[in-house]
Design a protein around this ligand. Structure first.
Ligand SMILES: Cc1cc2nc3c(=O)[nH]c(=O)nc-3n(C[C@H](O)[C@H](O)[C@H](O)COP(=O)(O)OP(=O)(O)OC[C@H]3O[C@@H](n4cnc5c(N)ncnc54)[C@H](O)[C@@H]3O)c2cc1C
Length: 499
């Protein structure tokens, strides 16, 4: 593989922070490349609770600056990616033994007024015995509140940032691991090992280490410059069960250890329940939920809901590892979710990125550029605040209206498939449908609402390199296909790779 020309910037890590930084940099006219050792988002960024939120619970730790920043970002992201981010109402039943009602009311008042809420509806008090949203709750929960946050398809948010980075000229390389980065003659020489067994050397003026939970290892072992800031690795797990309430809203319940647990609609028919906060000291490659975490989440849900869940109700599960910037807090739930940078300029620049949230990735990316501006002074101004992500340029910002117009243009799709495509691809749905005049034109039907045309689009435009990339990250089809259908799709995928 030929060596690259001298780049302005090389980014290690294809999670939300790495792809966000690459997109921002490329849009400012910087030449850049990004390396991701696995699939885009395969690290922490596809394993979040999938909320774009200010973080109501962080108010208890007086994190007003972080909450305000995140609340402002909430509507910025909603505006720029209305196809994969949407408003979500959270029902918060009041449990008198956990937190007093006045404290919740005060917290929600601050949450509503701290800044950035223009289109999302405000908090309202609920009588859970009268309101429909109280129906799945046990009768001892009578009072409650309902407030706004947003849902995000986290894995797709990563891919859309990578697509926009690529559209602005950034080279995105998945299944490519940075094995060494050395300062030589005033620039970085970066050795990348590809899954094919090949290696290549890239040369760049500045290096960004956005390796998430791997950040310390990459700084010390790949770049040979151990970071002076420390991270705490904390694992969080989620379980997926069949949805046991009607309506699009979510629940926030207060566990008896004072932690909060979310139960959030997931796909059409499922609910995501999470999360835990467990100190983690293993390699972050494939974290798994433990028996204890499953029981903890089931018990928390069973304290609140009429339905009594058991381990056999768990249809799927996943765990992710947060790399929290270590602020000296002993309690994992209290460690700040804010981000921090470390810029090493004893030679060509190395910018290490610590912590953060999906919600604040765009702001984090802008601040990363500000750190690099003195080193790369030819970069353009900030631009992402009002720039839709691919597929997010929907007329009136209204996915429902777009889905209806898609259905009108392709009546044979049916409303459900038009809705699905809108929610994954927004205005780019047309690239998948690409002049098709019947369902048969979408090619092989793999089951549920999954057709060959979608899979081919993902291979061609979204770096999908395995069946799993498609089934679990680019889409959530794995939840709706039978094991036999998943196997048959995997065979189809393997055949396309050898064709
Ligand atoms: C359980 C849980 C729930 C969460 N819920 C929310 C939520 O609801 N809302 C929210 O806003 N935030 C949430 N977060 C936080 C959010 O998920 C993280 O802050 C965010 O995903 C971190 O992104 P990242 O890009 O820094 O890391 P990652 O997504 O982990 O990306 C780092 C990437 O670097 C790659 N990499 C590492 N080493 C190399 C190398 N040598 N060469 C090439 N690539 C390399 C890895 O493969 C990885 O893909 C949650 C986190 C957890 C764990």
């Amino acid at each position: 593989m030929p060596d690259s020309p001298l780049l302005d910037l090389f980014v290690i890590g294809g999670g939300i922070n790495g792809t966000g930084i690459a997109r921002d940099a490329a849009g400012r006219g910087l030449s850049c490349a990004l390396s991701e050792q696995n699939d885009l988002g395969q690290g922490t960024s596809s394993r979040s609770s999938k909320m774009i939120h200010g973080g109501l619970r962080y108010l208890e730790y007086f994190e007003f600056r972080l909450v305000r920043k995140a609340l402002i970002e909430r509507e910025v992201l909603l505006r720029n990616a209305p196809h994969i981010i949407w408003p979500l109402r959270f029902v918060l039943p009041h449990a008198p033994q956990d937190r007093p009602a006045w404290l919740l009311r005060l917290g929600l008042y601050i949450y509503d007024h701290l800044g950035g809420r223009n289109v999302l509806p405000p908090t309202r008090a609920l009588d859970l015995h009268r309101d429909q949203v109280g129906a799945p709750l046990q009768p001892q929960y009578r009072r409650g509140f309902e407030y706004s946050d947003c849902w995000v398809d986290d894995a797709r948010l990563v891919v859309l940032n990578a697509m926009d980075a690529a559209a602005h000229g950034c080279r995105i390389m998945t299944r490519s691991r940075v094995v060494r980065a050395e300062r030589q003659d005033g620039i970085w020489q970066i050795t990348v090992a590809f899954a094919s067994g090949e290696t290549a050397i890239f040369r760049a003026k500045a290096l960004v280490n956005a390796a998430g939970p791997w950040v310390s290892g990459v700084a010390a072992d790949v770049a040979g410059l151990p970071a002076t800031r420390r991270v705490q690795l904390i694992k969080g797990s989620h379980i997926i069960v069949r949805k046991f309430w009607t309506g699009d809203h979510a629940y926030l319940i207060q566990n008896n250890d004072k932690r909060v647990i979310f139960a959030i609609p997931f796909g059409d028919d499922y609910a995501l329940i999470g999360t835990t906060d467990i100190p983690f000291d293993a390699a972050p490659d494939a974290p798994e939920p433990t028996e204890g975490e499953r029981t903890y989440l089931l018990d928390a849900a069973n304290r609140y809901f009429k339905v009594q869940l058991t381990a056999t109700d768990i249809l799927d599960e996943f765990a992710g590892v947060r790399a929290l910037f270590d602020d000296g807090q002993g309690n994992p739930s209290a460690v700040t979710r804010d981000f921090a940078f470390e810029l090493n300029q004893d030679g060509p620049a190395l910018l290490n990125v610590f912590g953060g949230k999906v919600t604040t990735y765009r702001e984090l990316s802008e601040q990363a550029m500000q750190h690099l501006a003195p080193i790369l002074p030819h970069m353009g101004p900030s631009w992402t605040k009002n720039a839709p992500l691919p597929g997010g340029d929907l007329p009136g910002g209204d996915p429902q209206q777009f889905a209806e117009s898609l259905h009108q243009a392709y009546p044979w799709l049916g409303p459900a498939l038009a809705h699905d495509l809108t929610r994954r691809y927004g205005s780019q749905s047309h690239m998948i449908l690409n002049g098709a005049t019947s369902l048969a034109d979408l090619g092989q039907h793999f089951g549920a609402r999954f057709y060959e045309a979608e899979a081919r689009y993902l291979i061609q435009h979204e770096w999908a390199k395995s069946a799993e990339d498609i089934l679990t990250r680019r889409t959530k089809h794995h939840l709706n296909l039978t094991p036999a259908q998943i196997e048959s799709f995997a065979q189809w995928f393997a055949a396309t790779q050898t064709a």
